[in-house]
Design a binder for this molecule. Structure first.
Ligand code: ATP
Ligand code: MG
Length: 445
């Protein structure tokens, strides 16, 4: 049998040329979460399979079709298909819920689901997500939604809609399930096999079915908002009021039920039509029963997950800005061993200041070294040979314009380089960004 060592279907390599895009999203996500009082948590990549059966729900697509489960000796483990279950498990196991509430944690992690790979739908994908535990107030729902919105705004993503719904509590849902059963039973024969089973076990899942026929049949199904109890209805009304306070526009979509069983009351999605069918970049909601279901106290909680690959697709499509990738600041082209040693010691000093410094490690000739420096887009180059070592002076060459500055090869080298480098930075700034930097309007200059 031929061996296959290629990347598995539905996984992606992130290459060095694209990593700054990931850094941009991770940085903005972290900073925004921290500005709302959230701290990062890191949990294992795999958990006991039972954890996901208990939390995500046995009748969900994730559990029924998408989990990567391995038998290891006597135990059954599953690669996490989402971040909430492991995070709540960790909060319980480490007693975080006995500390000051609400507890607020966020994470950036990989998830694994055995789905049909396509644009925006992978088998290994990444989420920025968070969980807030300990508040039952709709103000917490508004807080979490506003945080998600802030991340999207700071990333520069436009044309994105917020959809909200309430899927009630177990009490309202019992009545709603009956209504759904009555509605779908009339066309039971036409439903997909999975949905036939769902009709008995968990009829709300029918509304989340991706099959065309089930979606078509579900179009006129009763909506949950007509079945909310007073408390759930009041919660939803307050959420809408608070979102308005934040100045966040929303649409109500009573069809959103979300693909995981643990949700109660508020559910929400941020959706864009810019990247084809997989346009949901963020999904989340409240899950007031989950912590108790996993063996903890009755602590209300909520959270969301944002798909990083989908964020990237939208950002690329919309031409959003990314943090600039780190470039080579200075390249030493050396001739001879003494020059190499000089370059080595100067590079170490420059790196202490945060500069990226490089020199030849292959033994190339001068011409080939300059070619390499060009390929790496080095901002400055310096040639060091016997003459330079003897005179103690080198020419620092700025590579875009070709300007040369003489600087001494002494203990002031780094300071002098720093001064030239900063000058060049200012030269490159246009009027508007210079004004921003100095806090004045261009007209005041
Ligand atoms: P979908 O309806 O698109 O399958 P979902 O309801 O299964 O999404 P969640 O479990 O709520 O998604 O996950 C939160 C977010 O993670 C989604 O909104 C999406 O951005 C991202 N996501 C989910 N599954 C995938 C996947 N297979 N590949 C890439 N991103 C994904
Ligand atoms: Mg899914």
């Amino acid at each position: 049998m031929a061996i296959n060592i290629k990347r598995p279907n539905g996984t992606e390599d992130v290459l060095p040329k694209d990593i700054h895009k990931w850094y941009t999203i991770e940085k903005i996500a972290r900073e925004t979460a921290e500005s709302y009082g959230f701290s990062e948590i890191r949990v294992p990549t795999f958990e006991n399979t039972d954890l996901f059966l208990r939390s995500v729900g046995e009748t969900t697509d994730v559990v029924q079709k998408e989990m990567y489960t391995v038998m290891a000796k006597e135990s059954k483990f599953t690669l996490r298909p989402e971040g909430t279950a492991g995070t709540i498990r960790s909060m319980l196991q480490n007693g975080l819920l006995n500390e000051a509430l609400p507890q607020r944690v966020f994470y950036i992690l990989s998830c694994f689901r055995h789905e049909r790979p396509q644009a925006g739908r992978l088998r290994e994908f990444h989420q920025f997500g968070l969980e807030m535990a300990g508040s039952a107030s709709p103000a917490a729902d508004a807080e979490v939604i506003s945080l998600a919105k802030k991340v999207l705004d700071r990333l520069g993503i436009k044309k994105i809609q917020l959809y909200i719904n309430s899927i009630g509590c177990p009490e309202c849902r019992a009545k709603y399930h009956e209504a759904l059963r009555a509605y779908f039973s009339a066309r039971e024969d036409e439903l997909c096999d999975t949905c036939k089973e769902r009709l008995v076990k968990n009829p709300m899942r029918l509304l989340d079915c991706k099959s065309e026929i089930c979606q078509e049949i579900g179009k006129d199904a009763p909506i949950i908002l007509d079945y909310l109890c007073e408390e759930c209805s009041d919660h939803f009304e307050k959420l809408k009021k608070y979102l308005t306070c934040f100045g966040i526009e929303y649409n109500i979509n009573p069809r959103i039920v979300r693909g995981l069983d643990y949700y109660t009351k508020t559910v929400f999605e941020f959706v864009t039509t810019e990247i084809g069918a997989q346009g949901t970049v963020c999904g989340g909601g409240r899950y007031d029963g989950l912590i108790e279901q996993l063996g903890g106290q009755k602590v209300p909680a909520l959270g969301f997950g944002m798909g990083i690959e989908r964020l990237l697709l939208v950002m690329e499509k919309q031409g959003c800005d990314f943090i600039q990738p780190k470039k080579c600041d200075i390249y030493f082209a050396t001739m001879g061993d003494a020059a190499l040693e000089k370059a080595m010691s100067l590079s170490q000093q420059l790196r202490e200041f945060g500069y990226c410094a490089e020199y030849d490690l292959i033994g190339r000739g001068l011409k080939a070294q300059m070619k390499y420096a060009n390929k790496k887009n080095a901002a400055f180059t310096v040639v060091i040979g016997d003459n330079e070592l003897e005179s103690g002076v080198v020419k620092l060459k700025e590579m875009t314009k070709g300007d040369e500055t003489e600087i001494a090869l002494n203990e002031k080298f780094v300071d002098n380089f720093d001064a030239v480098f900063v000058d060049k930075m200012f030269e490159q700034l246009d009027d508007v960004s210079a004004a921003k930097l100095f806090g004045q309007m261009p007209s005041e200059k």
